[in-house]
Ligand binder design. Sequence first.
Ligand code: AHG
Ligand code: MN
Ligand code: MN
Ligand code: MN
Length: 343
Amino acid sequence: VQQEKVNTDIVTLTRFLTEEQAKHPEATGDFTLLCHALQFAFKSIAYYIRRATLINLTGLAGSSNTTGDDQKKLDVIGNDVFVSAMRGSGKCRILVSEEEEDAILFNESPNARYGVVCDPIDGSSNLDAGVSVGTIFGVFKLPGSVLGPENTISPNDILLPGTELVASGFTMYGASAQLVITMRGGSVNGFTMDNALGEFILTHPDMRLPSKRAIYSVNEGNTMYWDEWVKAYLDKLKFPPEGEKPYSSRYIGSMVADAYRTLLYGGIFAYPSDKKSPKGKLRILYECAPMAMVFENAGGLAVDSRMERLLSVVPAHIHDRSGVFLGSKDEVQKVIDTYNEFQ
Ligand code: AHG
Ligand code: MN
Ligand code: MN
Ligand code: MN
């Protein structure tokens, strides 16, 4: 029998972070420690999701969050895990979560330099069906002026545009747990959880989005609420000129899963603002901006419903929403071109 070739030099997330830190001699190691805490939150959430049906964690919690969503039991647990991990890291000064009405200030860590935004479980309406969900996160480095015991940080200090993110990414708890992470100005790297080792392993180094692909991902059930230009854009994809093939439709209903597929295969993911949700559905700080950073760093584009670069949008409130179009360069350009035709 031929012996299996064993790779004894694998890059774990921990190793990857250590190597990243070494590239920045000025780094204090705080960011690396914060990432270790994030990593623990992802592992824990993945674990509870996998066991949900066995330990009665399916179904509603009986409460709703600020943005009006009915909370699932796992939304609450995922949030609690995330909040504890960030508090315990000692490196997080302020945290915004979809499931928390107000920003949480960790006053026990007055010198912590990071602000974190998170959607603990994205796609939670899919939880009970065992469909892929994930966690979205973004990390801001706070200005020195808000730090130290003598200075007061205000919840408004985290109302920043995505261009100020130093890192962002998301996980997808699917057939395996995947983690996608990117740093400011850097590449996008994908990791796969090896359950036996309990480690995220670098399996998708330097992810690059194909420049085009005939796949669109949108909730078509909202068609009657869409603006005319959105209808026209999607009709173009479905009814191409004679001799060309129409686009394929894929919509999971978990942004993390739809985005992960789009990142790998290319195409477009959209949740436009419409007559039902004039400001859009997805939330700027912890859904749109982190995803936009991943897509741009992977060579794609991300714009809102007025064709503004999503990363430049400054939210006025922590739970503000936006329309979103993200995907392959050529596909987003098609969106922009159609929008412009209608102005
Ligand atoms: P969340 O589960 O964090 O509240 O986010 C839900 C989001 C996102 O995952 C998905 O893309 C979108 O809502 C789906 O919305 P529809 O059910 O309206 O299609
Ligand atoms: Mn929700
Ligand atoms: Mn979400
Ligand atoms: Mn959520």
